[in-house]
Design a protein around this ligand. Structure first.
Ligand code: FAD
Length: 397
């Protein structure tokens, strides 16, 4: 007798938690679990700003998927999803045969949101995956090496578009990297310009003002220039043009200003807002039974009158964990007992290796203490993925 087929798309924070949870809850004869991911590794997105700046090797931000899943329970397919056909219950893959499913979990993450800024996709970089951060690092280093010969300021000017969480973390990491990079390329540190541009009136919109002030003061003391309340209107081969016409010449422009859900979700016919599916209380796609959307592809509202929760690893993990537990009941012929409820545990943004700001519970934390807590959060994720042995292999304080 055939058993129900559960297919999970994406081995990110959400997909991995769902796969591991389902494998734990269900026996072999109760379900086939297949996990599809385009790479053979999971990348720790929350650490990608480090290899992008060059403060850590990119291998620190990735983990082999077969090494952290039970291959007797989860079939791992390394392939790129090219289409989701909900009417036929089929997932189209690039290299392998298509996959049939009875239950589908979509956790394919996000792509940069350009907000219609001209030239952004063509002329900027974004911190998205291992490939993209390798390119940013190498591009930046190449520009610095050219400066030694050409002495053009734009070669050592880095514009970071967006001063949200990712933008600030990346700027903090750049600040840590610059002394070494300048030493390597014989460039006086004070010549380098790191400019962080934000359309909203303040950096880190939505964050506690006292923490924002701390972050800005710290980063400014390290030479970072902030331009707020000023949208980027165009990104060109030479740099960026701001609202009002001011041009900033920069050979490296990194866009961190926002994300939208993976295009495959809206292409599948699921109703989306900025590419993200407004899921029901059980994380089901609107209008579809047995199709679940999690992580950055999903949109969850605290209540009807509020703005949606921002897309975070924390949200993705909680959704994945929830599905692991509740979907197992459905597969067994029962019902989901509890609706999904997001429990924010706090947020910590790093400002380089030794500084951070954040809120944990209702406590504000800053400086070295916050940086240490950030490391513990990363270590917790490693522990959830691969237990103590993975922490020992990959964890650093
Ligand atoms: P992801 O983790 O992005 O995983 C999606 C997976 O799907 C990837 O493995 C990808 O390769 C795969 N995939 C995509 N397309 C295909 C395809 N066509 N076929 C097959 N596989 C595919 N959040 C926090 O909570 N705390 C933080 O401190 C924090 N810091 C961040 C710092 C940075 C620099 C960035 C960029 C993000 C940060 N975030 C943070 C946000 C967080 O990383 C995301 O919200 C989270 O990764 C989303 O998880 P996910 O499971 O939806 O997708």
């Amino acid at each position: 007798m055939s058993v129900p087929r559960i297919v999970i798309l994406g081995a990110g924070y959400g997909g991995l938690m769902a796969a591991k949870g389902l494998a734990k809850e269900l026996n072999e004869n109760e379900a086939d679990i297949t996990l599809v991911n385009q790479n053979g590794y999971h990348y720790i997105t929350t650490k990608l700003h480090e290899p992008a700046a060059g403060t850590a090797h990119h291998d620190h931000a990735r983990i082999s998927i077969p090494s952290i899943i039970d291959s007797n329970r989860i079939k791992f397919v390394r392939d790129c999803v090219t289409g989701i056909h909900l009417d036929k219950k089929v997932v189209q893959l690039k290299n392998n045969d298509s996959l049939l499913y009875d239950y589908l979990v979509i956790g394919l993450g996000s792509v940069p949101e350009t907000f219609g800024i001209r030239g952004l996709l063509e002329n900027s970089y974004s911190i998205r995956n291992i490939n993209s951060v390798r390119i940013i690092r190498q591009h930046m280093e190449y520009m610095f090496s050219r400066y030694a010969l050409e002495k053009r300021q734009e070669l050592i000017t880095i514009v970071v578009g967006g001063a949200g969480f990712t933008g600030i973390e990346y700027v903090g990491e750049l600040v840590d990297r610059m002394p070494e990079l300048c030493h390597d390329y014989d460039i006086p540190l004070e010549k380098v310009r790191i400019i962080n541009i934000e359309a909203a009136p303040s950096v880190l919109p939505g964050f506690d003002q006292e923490l924002v002030d701390y972050a800005v003061k710290y980063l400014e003391s390290k030479g970072v220039e902030f331009i707020v309340n000023t949208p980027i209107e165009e990104c060109t081969e030479d740099g960026v043009i701001l609202k009002g016409g001011r041009e900033i010449k920069a050979a490296t422009v990194v866009w961190t200003g926002g994300v939208r859900g993976n295009k495959l979700v809206e292409d599948s016919g699921i109703e989306t807002m900025r590419g993200r599916a407004k899921v029901d209380r059980y994380l089901q796609a609107p209008g579809y039974d047995q199709i679940y959307v999690i992580g950055d592809c999903s949109l969850v509202f605290p209540d009807e009158n509020s703005r949606p929760y921002p897309p975070t690893a924390q949200m993705s993990m909680q959704q994945g964990k929830y599905l692991g537990r509740e979907l197992a009941k459905v597969v067994r012929g029962g019902k989901m007992e509890q609706p999904f409820e997001y429990k924010p545990k706090g947020t910590v943004a790093s400002l380089g290796r030794k500084e951070a700001i954040g809120v944990v519970g209702d406590r504000k934390i800053i400086g070295g203490t916050a940086a240490l807590i950030k490391k513990f959060i990363e270590i917790r994720w490693l522990f959830l993925l691969g237990g103590v042995s993975l922490v020992l292999r990959k964890g650093t304080l």
